[in-house]
Design a binder for this molecule. Structure first.
Ligand SMILES: CC(C)(COP(=O)(O)OP(=O)(O)OC[C@H]1O[C@@H](n2cnc3c(N)ncnc32)[C@H](O)[C@@H]1OP(=O)(O)O)[C@@H](O)C(=O)NCCC(=O)NCCS
Length: 333
């Protein structure tokens, strides 16, 4: 019988592109019919980062991973598994995880991608945690890396103002202490609502006629209002469920909440409904916008480095997005 281990969060890292894009750039440079005031008051976003030339999910993910490995006190040679969550891979094949493996100089360990949109990091974390808990991997590298700004339509004011690029990573390590690290993970999906958030691919079953350069196949499409309602409902459910999970595990409660960074109004509505204290919630969407699978690990890394959470704290990670998917993880630091 396999002896289960704990999956401890041993290190974290993040990487943001250098180029800061303030809200005004959409009006002044892109001539979009919007204002800084509208974007700030309707979303909470003030600025975001855009990947520059030579930057990609693989390069940002590699940088975040290197920092996570360093903060874990390990070297790339110690890593036994690489899982990268992304819906903006550098290539359709090979996986972004393979590119990161090569860039880091890791051993010939399993490396693969997971596509679960904004829930991707928590889906990837669940895989990493299972490998570590069963002893199949001693040290698992889990990454969320995205360059979603390369998929948005810059003439669509409903969506293009929302997104930013970046990457975050964690190292999970096996420990005999079963009460440390990842305690519970809850993953959900509802493919019947797939049309609410889509980024069509070049291998779509229904390519429009005409030369490829005139096809706007790759642009992201979202139904913002519907996604807003879905996000609040699911975030409320996930918080309530995590509270019940925490009680069942004998934990004193949830010390810090790190939600997917989409819209301040979504977070506020969920906090109000669950009466979760706002001063225990980590928010950085004002600086980075929605970085999809990278949003939770970036916020987690920043919170740890800023001392917003400390060893022994129980942190609730919550995410939701395309699929539709929604997910949570309770982690004791
Ligand atoms: C997109 C989002 C910011 C829109 O905010 P909202 O308060 O729901 O706004 P609505 O969609 O109701 O639109 C209200 C009006 O603002 C307009 N508007 C939308 N974007 C605008 C912008 N950037 N600037 C100015 N006006 C804008 C709309 O056209 C609409 O105008 P109308 O009433 O004349 O039609 C919000 O719904 C949201 O954050 N949704 C989730 C985003 C998402 O899908 N994220 C990805 C998955 S996690």
């Amino acid at each position: 019988m396999t002896q289960l281990l704990g999956a401890a969060l041993r290190g974290t890292g993040s990487c943001l592109p250098a180029r800061v894009v303030p809200n005004d750039e959409f009006t002044e440079v892109l001539n979009l019919d919007t204002t800084d005031e509208w974007i700030r008051t309707r979303t909470g976003i003030r600025e975001r980062r855009f990947a520059g030339s030579g930057e990609s999910s693989a390069t940002l993910g590699t940088d975040a991973a290197r920092k996570a490995i360093e903060s874990a006190g390990l070297t790339p040679a110690d890593i036994d598994l690489i899982v990268c969550a992304t819906v903006t891979p550098d290539l359709m094949c090979p996986a972004t995880a393979n590119l990161i493996q090569a860039a880091l100089g890791c051993r010939h360990v399993p490396a693969f991608d997971i596509a679960a949109a904004c829930s991707g990091f928590l889906y990837a974390l669940s895989v990493g945690a299972q490998y570590v808990r069963t002893g199949a991997a001693k040290h698992a590298l889990v990454i969320g890396a995205e360059v979603l700004t390369r998929t948005v339509d810059f003439t669509d004011r409903n969506s293009c103002i929302l997104f930013g690029d970046g990457a975050g990573a964690v190292v999970l390590s096996g420990t005999p202490v079963l009460t440390a690290g990842v305690r519970t993970i809850r993953l959900y999906s509802d493919g019947s609502r797939q049309e609410l958030i889509q980024v069509p691919s070049r291998v779509t079953p229904n390519p429009p006629p005409g030369p490829p350069q005139l096809q706007r196949l790759d642009y992201m499409r979202i139904s913002g209002r519907e996604v807003f309602r879905f996000a609040v409902t699911r975030m409320v459910e996930l918080i309530e469920q995590a509270r019940a999970d925490a009680r069942e595990l004998g934990l004193s409660g949830i010390d810090v909440l790190i939600p997917h960074q989409v819209n301040q109004r979504i977070i506020d509505a969920a906090l109000e409904s669950t009466e979760f204290p706002a001063d225990r919630v980590v928010v950085n969407l004002d600086k980075y916008g929605n970085t999809s699978a990278a949003s939770v690990p970036i916020a987690l890394d920043e919170a740890l480095r800023a001392g917003r959470c400390k060893p022994g704290d129980t942190v609730l990670l919550v995410a939701f997005g395309g699929g539709l998917t929604w997910s949570s993880a309770l982690v004791t630091l």
